[in-house]
Design a protein. Structure first.
Length: 164
């Protein structure tokens, strides 16, 4: 059975597609491509159908990541098919937990940086780079990459637990 992860930010053009691309690459590198699927969405639908922000695309490409993306808005009905919903900041976490139809679904929502042991107990938000320059996108990528290692370990444990 496929383990499904969805990364969520505000408009689904900066942070969440970046997290999707990085995590997808980590999943493939770990040989879990047939067992884990990752996608992304936004809490709002302002950019539905648009590609990722060009700065997101450029930073990802410069670091060797692939991204084929069209923005979309997260839907409440998706909770039933998802195993994990990864919020990029505390505002997204609150919005997603309010949207969750059950307590079990609300428990599926986690902050991305909660998987980075270097920031445990610190600020777990990935800042929105949209209104800044390229440096903010580079910083976002660094945070996403740091958290993706722990996230992959947690997902691998869940996937292997299903197979046992």
């Amino acid at each position: 059975m496929t383990y499904r992860v969805c990364f969520v930010c505000t408009g689904n053009i900066c942070r969440s597609p970046m997290a999707e691309a990085v995590f997808h690459a980590r999943v493939e590198d770990a040989g879990l491509g047939g067992l884990v699927e990752a996608d992304s969405a936004g809490t709002g639908g302002w950019h539905e159908g648009e590609g990722a922000d060009p700065r997101t695309e450029a930073v990802l490409a410069d670091h060797g990541y692939d991204l084929d993306h069209a923005a979309r808005q997260f839907q409440q009905s998706w909770f039933s098919r998802l195993d994990l919903v990864v919020a990029l900041d505390a505002g997204h976490l609150r919005a997603l937990r309010r949207l969750a139809p059950t307590e079990r679904d609300a428990a599926k929502v986690r902050l991305l940086r909660s998987y980075d042991p270097a920031v445990a107990g610190g600020d777990l938000d990935v800042p929105d780079p949209y209104y800044g320059g390229r440096d903010g996108f580079e910083e976002c990528l660094e945070m996403v990459e740091a958290a993706s290692t722990g996230l992959l370990a947690a997902v691998r444990e869940q996937v292997e637990g299903r197979a046992a």
